[in-house]
Design a protein around this ligand. Structure first.
Ligand code: ADP
Ligand code: ADP
Length: 590
């Protein structure tokens, strides 16, 4: 079997005594050519390396990866960035008439695949030393569907558009009013139609560079920008980030309709949205920052169930842990000690009125908080946290609160180790926190990174860990699923549950991912009202009752998948949808 040696970006030769080189048995025996430093970075020869694994254990950053290549993978290399650099095996296939999804962890080549299919990168088929050419690609794909695709791409016969992943960066590169930007991009003549469908009226006159536009508004504007282009293929890289569930499903419906006439590929981590939106899904497995393998398309239900099982039956590959959904029996809330009582809270801003009905939070429970965007969820959490005062009403508590805000700013100049040592010493001193937080959230390899160089998902995990180890009675965690991939979301929900359950504390989690809320919550607080104008918060209700109320507002029904018990959106007006509406069961719990 041939081996591949991969080096992740986390290799930090400057902070390292390079024991990978010093301890390589071949180097020790005098064969310097196995590992040599190039620009200070170790480069490992795949021809000479015997795969003993010593360098892997010596590396403090978990940067080196040696894999045995299955026969199939020896032949399916589509792109390699550099020697020992990230490798992508196989590609998704765009097809008309069906919405194609890509599902897999962060850093595994999904965006690279989109860049290749949209013509941004010419795949080098592993030949990273020479300038890639489409002639080699034609030969490689001769007689396949992708041959047609690349040949049309090379001739300029295919036009495509990519909705980028990080919409929060757009204000740095675009200027002007949203209306003018969108009008200039409109080649389909659908401006009025898209503005109405996405309810963009109230942001059209906002200036993108003025900092007054929220993450959700930026996301909607950039989805609109893609939809307004009349092209052959549309790529949507994480369209649901920052959107509330109602907006997520609305956007999914529009993209789904688009896929009936155009080719559409979507990368998405919210499994409920992916399930509703896509017909077929390519799962991607591999190692973050090292390699990724795109599998053949599966029907969406089968794909998500396979993903949750952690095992690719056809390929006989175990790529992750099995993730299970439990229709968890409701906790007997009445028996638990009262931690906080709040009485008819009112908060009034210039343009926004918030009313929170009387409620009780008990010790040892996790309360999910759901509702549309701009309805007052964060304001409520901030009042509980003592960050802002209610205009009227009382919060009766004498407890300590730990609060993770929705937007995390990396305003710490130093490494993650320095940040955590200063803010959450317990992560290093307590074996409970080491086992329950540091390890599952995979924070070790981030220790030597500077805070301001972390990706969104990395920063999120650090912020969650930091808030969970503070000495507090209640943990208020605002939008923990943002930037996390599906597996990290599941791991995070399990981590938070275990820490809260074992420590006997309470938590309140604001999130828009239904799977995440379903896995993590014992009870729900539900917000309704008119976004940006007025909001009302009610509850806590049992998970079942809360979900029912919330989904009735959103006007969708969920059933449970028979095999995995995961929630699935019912097709509007399908038999199940009609029956559940008739019974008032918007969230089927069995
Ligand atoms: P995903 O979309 O699955 O999060 P990406 O396709 O963005 O993953 O990136 C996969 C890996 O490819 C990254 O971890 C990075 O190490 C590597 N990579 C991406 N672009 C480049 C590049 N231009 N040069 C070198 N490596 C790159
Ligand atoms: P959510 O968390 O549900 O998205 P928020 O609580 O962040 O909603 O905001 C609800 C509304 O209150 C929004 O319209 C927002 O613009 C407004 N708002 C929030 N904080 C302030 C503030 N400090 N001053 C004025 N308006 C605010």
């Amino acid at each position: 079997m041939r081996i591949a040696v991969l080096m992740r970006d986390r290799c930090k030769p400057k902070n390292c005594s390079m024991e990978c080189i010093k301890f390589c048995p071949r180097v020790r025996a005098g064969d310097e050519t196995v590992i040599k430093g190039e620009n200070g970075k170790p480069i490992i020869s795949e021809e000479l390396c015997v795969g003993c694994g010593i360098c892997i254990h010596k590396c403090p950053f978990d940067a080196i990866k040696i894999i045995g290549l299955a026969e199939e993978l020896e032949t399916d290399l589509i792109h390699q960035f550099d020697k020992n650099g990230f490798r992508l095996f196989k590609l998704p296939i765009p097809r008309k008439g069906s919405c194609i999804g890509i599902l897999g962890p962060n850093g595994i080549g999904k965006t690279t695949a989109i860049k290749i299919l949209s013509g941004d990168i010419i795949p080098n088929l592993g030949n990273y030393e020479n300038k890639p050419s489409y002639d080699d690609v034609f030969e490689y794909y001769s007689g396949t569907e992708l041959h047609e695709h690349f040949s049309a791409l090379a001739k300029g016969e295919i036009k495509s558009i990519v909705k980028p992943q990080y919409v929060d960066k757009l204000p740095k590169i675009m200027k002007g009013k949203i209306k003018d930007i969108l009008k200039n991009l409109d080649t389909s003549g659908k401006f009025d139609n898209i503005v109405e469908k996405l309810k963009l009226d109230n942001i059209l006159n906002k200036d993108i560079g003025k900092g007054t536009i929220s993450g959700g508004e930026l996301q909607l504007a950039s989805i609109a920008a893609a939809l307004l282009k009349d092209v052959d293929i549309y790529f949507f890289d994480e369209p649901s980030s920052y959107l509330d569930i109602f907006q997520r499903l609305k956007v999914a419906q529009i993209i789904k309709e688009l896929s009936e006439e155009k080719k559409v590929i979507v990368i998405e981590h919210d499994l409920a949205v992916l399930d509703f939106l896509c017909d077929n899904v390519h799962l991607v497995y591999g190692e973050e920052g090292a390699y990724g393998v795109i599998t053949h398309p599966r029907g969406v239900r089968h794909a998500i169930n396979t993903y949750l099982s952690g095992y690719l039956k056809e390929e006989n590959i175990r790529f992750g842990e099995k993730i299970e959904f439990f229709t968890h029996p409701p906790k007997k809330r009445q028996e638990m000690r009262i931690l906080v009582t709040y009485n008819n809270l009112i908060k009034t801003f210039n343009d926004f009125d918030l009313k929170i009905e009387t409620g009780i939070i008990r010790q040892g429970e996790i309360i999910g908080v759901v509702g549309p965007n701009a309805i007052g969820k964060t304001t409520f959490v901030k009042m509980l946290a003592g960050v802002i005062e209610p205009t009227r009403g009382k919060i009766e508590y004498d407890i300590k609160v730990s609060y993770k805000p929705q937007y995390i700013s990396p305003d710490f100049s130093g490494t993650i180790r320095e940040f955590l040592e200063r803010k959450s010493q317990q992560l290093f001193t307590s074996s409970f926190y080491k086992t329950e937080i540091l390890e599952p959230l995979n924070l070790k390899y981030l220790f030597d990174k500077q805070m301001d160089t972390l990706s969104g998902g990395e920063l999120q995990r650090v912020a969650i860990a930091n808030s969970l180890v503070q000495d507090a009675d209640i943990y208020l965690i605002d939008e923990p699923s943002a930037y996390l991939d599906s597996e990290q979301r599941m791991i995070t929900s399990r981590t938070v549950r275990r820490v809260i359950e074992k420590s006997g504390k309470s938590a309140m989690i604001v999130d828009h991912d239904v799977y995440f809320i379903d896995m993590i919550s014992d009870a729900l607080i539900v917000f309704d009202g008119k976004s940006g104008k007025n909001g009302r918060g009610c509850g806590p209700f049992s998970l079942h009752e809360g979900m029912n109320r919330f989904l009735r507002d959103v006007n969708i029904t969920f059933r449970r998948d028979e095999e995995t018990h995961r929630p699935r959106v019912n097709k509007p007006d399908s038999y199940m949808d009609r029956m559940q509406r008739q019974d008032g069961e918007y969230y089927y719990s069995l």
